[in-house]
Design a protein. Structure first.
Length: 74
């Protein structure tokens, strides 16, 4: 599913993994929407996500999460 966000950005639902997650992705965790502020590469392909709230989440290569990504208009 995709749609328009304020400001003309295209919003789309995607599945992310440690290989595909990006800064700015919004991940639903425990009923809360958490925006990824920074990423840190860990050994064996894992990544540690830092959210805007200051919380950390470590995801491994097999972790799959539903996310929302805003694509900028060109």
């Amino acid at each position: 599913m995709s749609g328009r966000a304020p400001g003309g950005a295209l919003v789309t639902n995607i599945e992310v993994s440690a290989a595909t997650v990006q800064c700015g992705d919004i991940i639903q965790l425990g009923g809360r929407a958490c925006r990824v502020r920074d990423l840190f590469q860990l050994p064996q392909g894992a990544k540690q996500l830092l959210f805007e709230s200051g919380e950390l989440l470590t995801i491994h290569t097999r972790t799959r999460l539903a996310a929302v990504r805003m694509l900028r208009r060109r």
